[in-house]
Design a protein around this ligand. Structure first.
Ligand SMILES: Cc1cc2nc3c(=O)[nH]c(=O)nc-3n(C[C@H](O)[C@H](O)[C@H](O)COP(=O)(O)OP(=O)(O)OC[C@H]3O[C@@H](n4cnc5c(N)ncnc54)[C@H](O)[C@@H]3O)c2cc1C
Length: 403
């Protein structure tokens, strides 16, 4: 495979670099450096997303007809690579990358007109209401009830692990509209305004040391929440089809390798700065071998993802290949996080004080080591959310290997 960029691609790469110089402000970089998870506080996240939106680069995967930039596969890859290299924050995926493809494919013209432009401009933030207590991997067993009363559904139940629900303006939800037949046949897909009376959000505190206010995940409770029937996407009781389509984008919506590559480069810099004996820990043969193996893993994923994204560009669905990418991407990322903690040794304290990004206090040890352990703990989520690794292996063995 020829991976050298042509003249136009190099020009695009320069355009992204120039834009980053202007827009990746010290505040955004600083806030991200001290973050224990991948998310910025709300105002900073919106500031960053609006900058991308003004340039037309927030919804990079959207087709041109809906306002997307119409990137080629290589441009998308270059874009992700430059963002990762510069240490730019991610964006909230729930609206633009997850709900949007469902609205584009199955939504009504009114839903497209109402919901897609605010996503494109980062005017509204979304969250995902799939999982419930007892319904995660076995999602079809979900019990949040939606009972039709005239032009409304009345919703009662609980969603859990809802990422950034405290920040979100809207939630897309799977609800049970029928208890007849197979569980998959009684589910509907609803778009719900988080300000609707009867919705409450409670933080779930996780092992990364985030506190209420900066939490990543939440429980969302629905008590007699009135949702207009016009907010249902597609047909009643057919939500499972739309839910599965969305999951393909959740698992394969973004390449892992650019961020993996830049995390790996940071790991190498960290390892070469950690002294041991007369040199760095890289003098250790075992360390060099570990890093070489990881380099090979990431290169393999890079090749695979480039092929995968060129398939998407030609209009194909991600399909079960997204399970392969999610599985390898998340497992290798966890390995990088583990090696970072190992390389930093005693500097990677498990429960460091949360520092403000602009605090006038120097961290102990080399720059960035204070968040390594919280990020390691936070990163354990990657092989659980969006379907656990065991579930991805199950899909691959069934759909790809026919077992
Ligand atoms: C940080 C974080 C953020 C999340 N964000 C969201 C969100 O925004 N919105 C949302 O809806 N959900 C979210 N989730 C929920 C996530 O999708 C579920 O946690 C996940 O689907 C697993 O479900 P569960 O937690 O109920 O575990 P369970 O399904 O109870 O699984 C427990 C264990 O059993 C294994 N297992 C289960 N079924 C099988 C099987 N068939 N074969 C083999 N092994 C199996 C699993 O791999 C796992 O190890 C988030 C989760 C985390 C951790």
């Amino acid at each position: 495979m020829d991976l050298t960029f042509g003249k136009e691609e190099l020009a695009f790469q320069q355009e992204v670099r120039d834009w980053l110089k202007e827009n990746l402000t010290p505040e955004i970089v600083g806030e991200l450096k001290v973050a224990r998870n991948a998310y910025l506080p709300k105002e900073r996240l919106i500031d960053w997303q609006k900058r991308l939106a003004r340039k037309g680069w927030l919804c990079t995967g959207w087709p041109k007809e809906f306002g997307g930039p119409g990137f080629t596969t290589t441009q998308k890859y270059i874009f992700e690579m430059e963002m990762a290299r510069a240490g730019a924050p991610g964006t909230s995926p729930f609206g633009p990358k997850m709900c949007a493809p469902v609205i584009m494919k199955y939504g009504s013209p009114e839903q497209k007109a109402r919901h897609l432009p605010p996503m494109l401009n980062s005017d509204l933030i979304w969250c995902q209401g799939y999982s419930e207590p007892g319904s995660g991997s076995d999602l079809a067993s979900l019990r949040t009830r939606a009972v039709r009363e005239g032009d409304y559904y009345i919703i009662n139940g609980q969603k859990t692990w809802t990422t950034l629900a405290q920040t979100a303006d809207w939630i897309f939800c799977l609800v049970r509209t029928s208890t007849e037949g197979k569980p998959q046949e009684g589910i509907s897909f609803l778009l719900i305004d988080m300000k609707t009376p009867g919705i409450s959000v409670e933080p779930i505190i996780t092992a990364d040391g985030n506190r209420a206010g900066t939490q990543e995940v939440n429980s969302v409770f629905f008590t007699d929440v009135k949702v207009p029937v016009e907010n249902r996407v597609g047909e009643e009781n057919k939500g499972w089809t739309y839910a599965k389509y969305l999951l393909e984008f959740e698992r394969g919506g973004n390449p892992y390798s650019p961020r993996l590559r830049s995390s790996f480069e940071r790991l190498k810099r960290l390892a070469s700065s950690m002294e041991e004996g007369e040199g760095s820990i890289l003098a250790d043969h075992a360390w060099r071998e570990k890093l070489a193996r990881m380099d090979i893993e990431i290169s393999g994923l890079e090749m695979f993802e480039q092929e995968f994204y060129s398939k998407l560009a030609s209009g194909q669905n991600p399909g079960p290949l997204s399970s392969m990418i999610k599985l390898r991407g998340t497992e290798v990322m966890q390995q990088v996080q583990e090696y970072c903690v190992e390389a930093a040794g005693w500097y990677s304290m498990p429960f460091p004080e949360q520092r403000a990004w602009n605090a006038n206090v120097a961290p102990i040890g080399p720059e960035g080591v204070d968040v390594l352990a919280p990020r390691y703990f936070n990163g354990r989520k990657m092989t659980i959310y969006g379907g656990s690794s065991e579930v991805q292996r199950g899909i691959m063995s069934k759909v790809m290997l026919g077992l």
